[in-house]
Design a protein around this ligand. Sequence first.
Ligand code: FEO
Length: 393
Amino acid sequence: MLLKITDNIKYLGVNDTRDRLFEGQFEVPNGIKYNSYMIIDEKIAIIDTIAEGFTEKWLENVEKELCGREPDYLVVLHMEPDHSFGIYELTKKYPNMKIVSSKKSFDLMKGFFDTDFSQNGIAVGEGQSLCLGKHVLEFINAPMVHWPEVIMAYENTQGILFSADAFGKFGTDNEVEEWADEARRYYFGIVGKYGKQVGAVLKKLSKYEIKKICPLHGTVLEKNLDYYVNLYDTWSSYRYEENGVFIAYNSVYGNTEKAAYMLFDILLNNGIKVKIIDISSSECINAIDSAFRYKYTVFCATTYNNGLFPSMREFVTDLFERCYQNRRVGIIENGSWAPTASKALKNVLNQCENITFFETEVRIFSSLNSDSKSSLASLTNEIICDIKESNIL
Ligand code: FEO
């Protein structure tokens, strides 16, 4: 049975549990949901469509909920193909239906479908509305959350926000993980670069009385909405969630790993919240997620080709691209004859906004010795003092 949002708002979405990478790069071990909705009133509006491979199943859902009627409108909030693949099939099936979307979205449709849907469409934007009878949808521009054409729609009778990609998450109905874990991974993977734009939309949304959020991925949110909105505020402002330490390391022969775990153990024994990831054996997005979650990150990096090991280079570049900022950072570098990992890391991190470095930098020549152990102890003390001080403040 399909999920009911309200008596007159139906869920049409599909779970994708195929074993593949989302957007060609993100592991989704628990799958992903492509959400789509239908509002039934004097007029019927379908909100967004579906990804490739699910059109048939989705059209079955559409037909079932239409109960013999025809849709009057297809509202396209976001033109990315994980939500828009069904546009062509739906317009073929219901040629009298009008597409309602942003002007930019109609431009993108031309690129994807080689068809000018604006001829029989309605372009809408900030503050404009679509009346379906009792239900009225008011549109809110949400550029770069996550593409430039994105709009959201606020429904007046029940206070439902159709939020496009925002407030979405990886995972399907069968997920076991916390909402925040998969939503954070999704947020920083997909829209992390656009914090300013997300913040601007959150500001606009604060004037609406929102009772339910219907995103294009993941769970329909109905309780404790402040929790989700506050997390989005934290993420989009690049504030940390945990006053603790994330240790990201790569290691070729195990010596950098040993130093990373030495730091991890001492911090843990001092009651500090700490997480460690071998970035060569974990998907990069997991490390990105943790770097944004924690106040402190310690990069434990080996020198490679007079620079950074590939996984570390990818990690720090991905952080820079996602506007990593407002964090305090430690560096442990390793190099057998000419360590340059720290310099390479700083080349990137110095381009990020408001990154400060711990004074002690640990330099290892191949494996820990008494000198490097001593500087590791200094770095550890600095981190502990900093955390204790900020806990007192
Ligand atoms: Fe879920 Fe930006 O598409």
